[in-house]
Ligand binder design. Sequence first.
Ligand SMILES: Cc1cc2nc3c(=O)[nH]c(=O)nc-3n(C[C@H](O)[C@H](O)[C@H](O)COP(=O)(O)OP(=O)(O)OC[C@H]3O[C@@H](n4cnc5c(N)ncnc54)[C@H](O)[C@@H]3O)c2cc1C
Ligand code: SF4
Length: 354
Amino acid sequence: MSNRVLIIGGGPAGLTAARHVSELGYHATLVEKQAQLGGTPIASHYAALTHGFRDAEGAFRGLINEVTDDDQIDVRLNSTVVGCEGHVGNFRVQVANGTGALGSVTNHTLDAGAIIVATGFQHFDPAGETQIYNYYTYPDVVTLADMELMLKTKNVTRRSNGALPERVCFVQCVGSRDRQIGNEYCSKVCCGVASKQAIEIKQLVPTAKVFIFYIDMRMYGYWENEIYWPAQEKYKVNYIKGIITEVIQKGDKLLVRGEDTTMGRPMEVTMDMVVLSVGMEPSAGTREVAQALNLKQNKYGFIDVPHESLDPTTTHKPGIFVAGAAAGPKDLDDTMSMAGLAALRAMAAVRGPN
Ligand SMILES: Cc1cc2nc3c(=O)[nH]c(=O)nc-3n(C[C@H](O)[C@H](O)[C@H](O)COP(=O)(O)OP(=O)(O)OC[C@H]3O[C@@H](n4cnc5c(N)ncnc54)[C@H](O)[C@@H]3O)c2cc1C
Ligand code: SF4
């Protein structure tokens, strides 16, 4: 029997789960695929986070330090789980570490009483979109993730010519709410993130006109008040209910075509930059871990949670729990809350019945 909790993934969910496990006196092993902790917000260079437009790196630095400085948490970077035997209270897990000489991989075995999967998401690749957005053709068509880096480096300029953009638009629901590609779900965060970025663009380039083309705006909780209304009222961001079907080059501008669904008529507008609000898909690592642990995935590839509303962290396998975006699109509030619950459930599992 082992009372160690294995946490797979060192993003916001995994870090939070590890910290809670340790706070309550248990030992954790945190296995992270990359060479650094912090998850997608750090690896993808997010700029400011909701709430409060806090610098992403600053926001996570404290949590990362707490985890790495904690003697009860064994952090394994450049590592992933490749196999698992046993059952709750007594898992034997094969971990592959990829830092050996010349990139060679070494395998070793870990004992754990419970496992938390926190392997997160990846950004939808616009190549999979059925609309013609030409992300890989025109340098001035970028994604939300690209824009985060531009905002972080305070360099919101056109990639084609280095000029400041006069007109920027966001296209919502790219890779989400789309039956044709099989991603019918809403990615939850992209309406808020696009509105946040629109504000940040206006702060950096006050002369720019910023537009958001949306099917319907889905603001989450306080984001309505903290982002959506200030974007409209203070920063004069233009929200247009419409569906964009095509982005093509016209001279040195981008011609954005679609339908204004309020007016019920076709629309053509020119822009300097187009930002595709790409949604969240299960990360490759989430799919790999599902295979390694023999976990059921839902139809989109996220880890399946059989009783999601009432028991959001319990998977089909006793002793294996899930937290954060590995189980579906999540913002940070939900990710952190879920990680706390997963930690609690994992500790209850290793402790066994009273
Ligand atoms: C553009 C954009 C901006 C956003 N901005 C905000 C915001 O301002 N506010 C907000 O609340 N939310 C925001 N979000 C959502 C936020 O990023 C997620 O809620 C959060 O990252 C989820 O954390 P996570 O730990 O579940 O997953 P991730 O952040 O994806 O972390 C998963 C970690 O697991 C690791 N991993 C993956 N597979 C394996 C494996 N097989 N083995 C070991 N490790 C593995 C990864 O390397 C990564 O470190 C934004 C999302 C997007 C797309
Ligand atoms: S959050 Fe907004 S942009 Fe993202 S999928 Fe949902 S409705 Fe579309």
